[in-house]
Every structure is written in structure tokens, then in C-alpha cells.
Design a protein around this ligand. Structure first.
Ligand code: UDP
Length: 478
């Protein structure tokens, strides 16, 4: 079986964005695409990464490729392959560029051999597909080592790094030193935030592009209140009868109806909340850096410090027994469960730990969508975050968000305007106070939520992302 696989992509129309962005903005994007397609003169724009499913990069590629193709551009997507030792090494590189959590093993010449020899095999296959003059957008450390071979074949190569660390430490430096020799000749490097750019690349070839969400995916598509309630009651997150006019279906992103009554149950610890009870929600992988246990402790403090208002907490993540690629999940869930058990019974009754079904990606996404829409406050108390997609997702739904001032979240939320930033993610008291302030002040909540939605519309939707890509590729062709 070949290592390189083409990922099929649906065609999506930019017309969907007209009600959100206006006719003029969408027409500008279409015109840019038209001009670009003419200038490409038959050349293809390839995206290359290492997986078609799972994770924010794959999610963004599915959506952006669809819209780019809908605008008439010949954009395609390839994934590379390799043996477990290659992916073990690239996972280490990933952790290193994020600023740590390495296992202390070296990144020396033996590792270069594992990395380069696998990418050499992939490059041979790629060179059968990519022609001279084609544009190749490589994503993340897994693909950086393809650049020299593709450049030698006459392709126009860009590399995009979706990860980064606010502060350089020895691990970060080790990771960049490893990649240096592969990236030397690449004319354009794309980062998600200014602060993630290593000093060695501050030489005019860097472009900043912030990640975006798809307003029309199952995760973010508009759901009316009856649909939200039908979903949450059906999966057992909310108690009580379904709404007076229950909804059985929602539209999947391929425009076929998904059936709510076929949804798998959520695995839940704690009783379900009443529909009327305001919810504080964090949706995350069960990862130590997401600090689910800290959210739980902060919520408990809020309940102890302030008798009112009534609120429940839902901590939701994937089913740890079903997710194969997250070895830390079960242990982190155990820690959160321990923190849950330590709470007094009256507080425990207001906390719900939920493991969402993962077998069907769209079903999982729709449950997250409903939960975020139903939340009175969405929180993201991460200790570290490249760019918190959950933050943008909640902001798009007009929810007030309380989040740590770490990584990309600092670019996503303007403190006090489109959400609340916590300067010290470890300060559970400050977190409890911020939660209480919003729960006790519905006008403030509405205000923050409305500003959040406007900010996402202006900065974090796919059209802006595509226009930035279009402009860069246009520059490369000049
Ligand atoms: N997510 C999900 N189901 C879950 C937990 C997370 O769909 O049970 C999604 C979440 O909605 C978001 C993504 O996974 O789209 C996580 O992205 P983020 O940037 O917030 O964090 P990461 O997991 O990439 O560190």
C-alpha cells in the first residue's frame, strides 16, 4: 500500500457566508480565488499532513479545502505515512515545540535517520504526483523534512506550524534545532501567533495566520433551542421531558439528516441537570494541561463562597475507554474523579463528569455543539494552549467565556470585552470570582457573548483564513 494517500474533499459553496459576512466580502473572496486560479495556470495547490481525522488541523483542512474547491481552485490534500517509530519521534518533536513534556531521549543523528529516511520514501511517491510549479503547503513537524526534495523538484513550498510555545526553553530549542536543516530553503513559514516564531526565522519569510472554525460544521452550525434540548435530554445530560416539539434530526455537514434518537448515551457521573439550571461547561480532552480538576475545584469554591446563583458544572470530554491515541486520558480522568469524590455531597450533586461517545465524529460534534449552546458560561482553564478551538467555538455561539491568559487564547479574547481572561491559570479563587461575576450578572453575560460572536465573525471564520492563504500564494507566484 502506498504511504501517500489522497483525502477526498467535498465541494462547499462560499455563498453560505453571505448572511454572515455580506455579499461584498464573499464576492471579494471569490474574485481573489478567480485571479489566483488564472495565475496558477493549471498548477495544483497541495496540502500535506499526516492524518485525515482527529485533531484541529484535519478538521480545518476538511473545511477550508471544501470552500477553496467551491471557489474554483484546484486544491488537494495528501497524507503521508510511516512506521510507528517515525510517529513516535514526530510526537516527541510536537511536545518539544510546545515547550516540554519530552521523555528526555535525544534528538540526534539516529533520530534524523528515522525521520529523513521515512520522509524520503514519502517524497518519492509525492514526486509522482506533484509537478514543477505546483504549490505545496506542508503542515507541522511530520512533513517539514519533505521540503528539500520538493523544492529540488521545482515545487513552490510553504510550511505551516500549528503549534508553539510562549516561552523558549531547552525543549523548544531542541525541537527547532532538529527541524532547522529541513526548513532552511523554505521561502514562507506560517505560524499561528507572533510569539511562536523562533528568532532564527525572523528574517522576513514569516506570515502569521490564526486558525479558524467552520461556522457550518456539525460542531458550530446553528441549532434552535428545541434541537439543543432534544439532544441533551436524549443523551442524558439534561433531565426532564423532551421539549414540546422535540427534534429528531439535525443536518449533517454532507446535508443528510442525522437522527438524534440513534445517538449513543453519554457516560455520566452525577445526576443530570434540570433544563432550567445554568450550566458552567468545559469541553476538553482529558489532558493534564486542560486542568479539568482545577475547574472542578474552582467551581466548588464559587459555590462555597457565593450562595447564589444556582449553577451546575459539566466537565465533558471523550470516552477515555474508546480513544486509542490518548494514553494519558484514563489517568487524567481518574484524577478528576478523585477531585469529584473529595467534594461535599451538596456540591458533588451539582457537578457532572461526562464522557461523550466518539464512534461517530459528527454525533460527537453535535453533542458538543448543543452543550456549548446551552452553557451559561463556557470555561477553558488550560495551563497551556496553542490556540483554543473550544474558545472560538463557544464565542461563536455567543457564550461568555472565562479562559486562562495563555498561548493563543490571549489573541482570541480581549479581556473584559469579548470574554474574561485569567492572568494566572493556577489561581482557583480568581477563577471562582470570575465565574460568579458572570453568573450573577446576566447583562454582563449577554454583553460579553455578543462581543465574542462579533469577534469570531470578523476574525476567526474560514473566509478570512482562505483570503490570507490566497494572498500568500499570490505573492509566491509574483
Ligand atoms: N472536542 C470534541 N469532543 C470532546 C473534546 C473535545 O469534539 O469530547 C473538540 C473541541 O470541540 C475542539 C477540539 O476537540 O474542536 C479541541 O481543540 P482545542 O484547540 O480546544 O484543544 P486541543 O485538543 O487541540 O489541545
Amino acid at each position: 500500500m502506498p504511504l501517500v494517500q489522497e483525502v477526498p474533499s467535498e465541494i462547499r459553496s462560499l455563498t453560505r457566508f453571505v448572511p454572515l459576512l455580506g455579499e461584498a466580502a464573499v464576492e471579494d473572496a471569490r474574485n481573489l480565488a478567480r485571479r489566483l486560479q488564472e495565475r496558477l495556470a493549471g498548477a495544483v495547490v497541495w496540502n500535506v499532513n499526516s492524518t485525515a481525522v482527529g485533531g484541529g488541523v484535519a478538521e480545518m483542512l476538511h473545511s477550508l479545502l471544501g470552500y477553496a474547491r467551491g471557489a474554483g481552485l484546484d486544491v488537494r490534500w495528501l497524507t503521508i505515512g510511516g512506521p510507528p517509530e517515525f510517529f513516535h519521534l514526530t510526537k516527541r518533536l510536537h511536545h518539544a515545540l510546545h515547550g516540554g513534556r519530552g521523555d528526555g531521549s535525544p534528538l540526534g543523528e539516529a533520530e534524523h535517520h528515522v525521520y529523513a529516511s521515512n520522509l524520503c520514501k514519502n517524497a518519492v511517491e509525492l514526486r509522482g504526483l506533484v509537478r514543477r510549479g505546483d504549490v505545496v503547503l506542508l503542515h507541522d513537524p511530520q512533513t517539514a523534512g519533505l521540503a528539500p526534495s520538493l523544492l529540488a523538484a521545482g515545487a513552490r513550498v510553504l510550511w505551516r506550524c500549528h503549534i508553539g510555545a510562549d516561552d523558549v526553553n531547552a525543549d523548544v530549542e531542541l525541537g527547532w534545532r532538529f527541524l532547522e536543516r529541513y526548513l532552511d530553503g523554505v521561502p514562507i513559514l506560517i505560524f499561528s501567533r507572533e510569539r511562536y516564531v523562533p528568532d532564527r526565522y525572523r528574517d522576513g519569510r514569516v506570515v502569521i495566520i490564526q486558525p479558524s472554525i467552520d461556522a457550518f460544521s456539525a460542531k458550530n452550525v446553528e441549532l434552535d433551542e428545541d434541537t439543543v434540548r432534544s439532544i441533551l435530554v436524549h443523551v442524558g445530560l439534561v433531565e426532564g421531558p423532551p421539549p414540546p416539539s422535540p427534534r429528531e434530526s439535525f443536518l449533517r455537514s454532507d446535508n443528510t439528516p442525522g437522527r438524534v434518537e440513534r445517538f449513543a448515551d453519554v457516560i455520566r457521573l452525577g445526576r443530570a441537570s434540570a433544563w432550567e439550571t445554568p450550566l458552567v461547561v468545559q469541553v476538553s480532552r482529558w489532558d493534564p494541561l486542560k486542568d479539568m480538576a482545577g475547574v472542578l475545584r474552582g467551581f466548588s469554591l464559587m459555590v462555597q463562597n457565593h450562595a447564589l446563583p444556582e449553577a451546575d458544572l459539566v466537565l465533558a470530554g471523550p470516552n477515555v475507554r474508546a480513544v486509542a491515541d490518548d494514553p494519558e486520558g484514563p489517568a487524567v480522568f481518574e484524577d478528576v474523579y478523585r477531585a469529584f469524590r473529595e467534594q461535599p455531597a451538596a456540591i458533588r450533586a451539582r457537578i457532572h463528569l461526562a464522557m461523550l461517545p466518539t464512534a461517530d465524529v459528527e454525533e460527537n460534534a453535535v453533542i458538543v455543539n448543543a452543550l456549548q449552546r446551552h452553557a451559561a458560561v463556557v470555561v477553558q482553564k488550560s495551563l497551556h494552549e496553542g490556540f483554543g478551538l473550544t474558545v472560538t467555538e463557544a464565542m461563536w455561539k455567543g457564550r461568555p467565556v472565562v479562559a486562562s491568559a495563555v498561548g493563543g487564547i490571549q489573541d482570541q479574547i480581549e479581556d473584559g470585552v469579548s470574554g474574561v481572561l485569567l492572568p494566572d491559570p493556577g489561581d482557583d479563587e480568581a477563577f471562582a470570582d470570575a465565574l460568579h461575576r458572570i453568573l450573577a450578572d446576566p447583562a454582563l453575560a449577554d454583553h460579553l457573548g455578543a462581543a465574542a460572536r462579533a469577534r469570531v465573525r470578523d476574525r476567526f471564520l474560514g473566509v478570512r483564513h482562505l483570503v490570507q492563504y490566497g494572498e500568500i500564494i499570490g505573492r509566491m507566484l509574483a
